[in-house]
Design a protein around this ligand. Structure first.
Ligand SMILES: [Zn+2]
Length: 150
């Protein structure tokens, strides 16, 4: 038995929407995924990594587009985590540019944040652009959509 979830995370990893907006957005999101097991608000003291689980395939450099080795990436993940992620800048192995782990391009998308709306087993496939935009308006932030498959 495998699980799927959809997590919506602000583009700015440290941003936390006002509580009233969180609740409105959560209720609206729940209406969009009526068959979900549950829809929850997640708030953390520190920056957390939202991964896409088994959907994770590769990481690319945001500066030159080259694929980055998972060994390099895992080492930086270990280095960056210190009671949450610091999101420091690191020299990329491909073009010696500077990038945070948040800025790397993940396929499928994954990201970092302190706030998320998460729907467990939403049963909708993908979230429509229009629905995402509606939640972005409620929360006052652009959102990254992470589809996790476990
Ligand atoms: Zn590069």
């Amino acid at each position: 038995m495998s699980d799927n979830s959809i997590a919506l995370i602000p583009e700015e990893p440290r941003f936390i929407p006002a509580t009233a907006k969180q609740i409105i957005a959560r209720n609206r999101f729940a209406e969009m995924v009526p068959d979900a097991d549950q829809v929850e608000i997640f708030v953390s003291e520190t920056v957390r990594f939202f991964d896409c689980g088994a959907n994770f395939e590769e990481v690319h450099c945001p500066l030159c587009g080259q694929e980055i080795s998972l060994d390099w990436w895992q080492e930086r993940m270990g280095e960056d985590e210190d009671d949450g992620f610091k999101l420091d800048r690191y020299r990329t192995p491909c073009c010696n540019g500077a990038s945070t782990l948040r800025e790397l391009i993940y396929n499928w998308p994954q990201t970092f944040g302190r706030f998320a709306l998460e729907a467990m087993n939403p049963n909708i496939g993908t979230l429509g652009d229009e629905q995402r935009r509606e939640l972005e308006e409620i929360l006052g932030t652009k959102l990254v959509v992470v589809y996790q498959h476990i």
